[in-house]
Design a protein. Structure first.
Length: 294
């Protein structure tokens, strides 16, 4: 799932020459990032079918899985509400993960169609602007998906108890997850030989990452080996804070939200784990780009 599509290179935007005498490197980096992100938004406007399809797929998962366990006794999943209350956070993260995992698909088509070569000879301040532009695009589309999932969840009986501040924390968590996954996806786009291999890698990674997390069931339902896998899965560190905000109106950043085999972690701790994940992912991919592209 996600927002993958074959790019329309007629939507490419020429990057302006950096004005080194008047602006600093950060202003130039921001200009590069916004120009590259704008190109992706233009492509989305011309071919919105993949984006619409990804929203429909997420909503189908929400409706089908909630119906599958609708008759489960109250309290089965460790909450007083129905399964939809438990599931909503997992589907939001599933949508975010799917979109971020597909971030490298437009880039690999750019490689095959020759646009990437034009981009690489442009006077970029930093090639990490490619990563940040894709992440900005994916974050924007993912937040729209999250809003749609939240609205449908509400109509199906789920309640978001976290309030406005909780919604901002949800947006932060989704953003952090998307940045890290999108960076790794872009790294794959540079390493793999073509789009066939890229799509195969996405198919192999997508569903196992979801089922090896707490998206569909609590960690207490899992055997020990799967608990260990889930506790190493970055998706779990996004799902559990969001789920906690769905379930609790009186929440705090110090609340324990993740109960793993090795101990518990607070909401703040989960956010910090995602932040470290982003830093490591961007550093790895940025270093790889420098070595590969010179």
């Amino acid at each position: 799932m996600g927002n993958s599509f074959i790019p329309d290179n007629s939507a490419s935007l020429p990057l302006r020459q950096p004005q080194r005498a008047r602006t600093g490197s950060f202003a130039q980096f921001r200009q590069e990032t916004m120009a590259l992100a704008r190109r992706l938004f233009i492509q989305l406007g011309r071919r919105p079918s993949a984006f619409v399809g990804s929203i429909i797929q997420s909503l189908l998962w929400l409706m089908l899985f909630s119906a599958l366990f609708a008759q489960a006794p109250r309290g089965t999943f460790g909450i007083e509400g129905g399964y939809i209350q438990f599931l909503a956070a997992g589907i939001i993260v599933f949508a975010a993960f799917g979109g971020a995992l597909n971030a490298g698909v437009p880039l690999i088509f750019d490689r095959e169609f020759g646009f990437l070569n034009r981009l690489l000879v442009a006077p970029l301040v930093s090639r990490t602007s490619i990563i940040f532009a894709s992440a900005l695009f994916i974050v924007s589309t993912t937040l729209v998906q999250a809003a749609a999932i939240g609205a449908v969840s509400f109509l199906m009986g789920a309640q978001f108890a976290g309030g406005l501040e909780g919604a901002l924390i949800v947006a932060l968590v989704v953003t952090l997850l998307v940045f890290g996954i999108a960076a790794l996806s872009l790294g794959l786009a540079f390493v793999l030989p073509g789009h066939i291999e890229m799509l195969a890698a996405i198919f192999v990674i997508n569903l196992p990452m979801i089922f090896a997390s707490t998206a569909l069931a609590p960690m207490s339902f899992m055997p020990l080996w799967l608990q260990l896998v889930a506790s190493a899965n970055p998706l779990t560190y996004a799902i559990e804070p969001i789920r906690h905000l769905f379930l609790h109106s009186n929440w705090s950043l110090a609340d324990p939200v993740l109960l793993a085999p090795w101990g518990s972690l607070s909401l703040t701790g989960c956010v910090l784990v995602l932040l470290v994940f982003d830093v490591v992912a961007i550093a790895l991919v940025g270093g790889m780009l420098k070595r590969k592209l010179g």
